[in-house]
Write a protein that binds this ligand. Sequence first.
Ligand code: NI
Length: 150
Amino acid sequence: MAIRQIVTKGDPALRKICRTQLNFDDRLAMILDDMADTMYEAEGVGLAAPQVGILRRYCVVDVGDGLIELINPVILEQSGSQIGPEGCLSVPGESGTVERPMSVTVRAQDRNGKTFTVTAEGFKARAFCHEIDHLDGILYIDKLSPEGNE
Ligand code: NI
């Protein structure tokens, strides 16, 4: 396991549409382990592959209730809305107010390629949406709410 460098705003990797992850192999496992280490070391609650320069569709999230790895995640359903503060390890030292769904159901694969669905509410739903946006080159600063931002 190793800490990887997190790229920051301005790096083209953050603006790419990432590709589907097809290989569920030792290399994927190693990168996921590194990403979790990197996220925890940076005291973040989520990290997406493009943030470590890998243009593939996966991310790690831990909002305090355990690590979850989402490979090729797709939002199947979303409901409600919440407006609240958000930050990003790739936009250091800043935060902004963003509207997100209150609840999302995501279908993804685990590191072995097994498909699962997970429903998240509140802050965890926000984290899922933020990380999945990264896989399409979208940053939270693209979505600032008129409420709470100047
Ligand atoms: Ni982010």
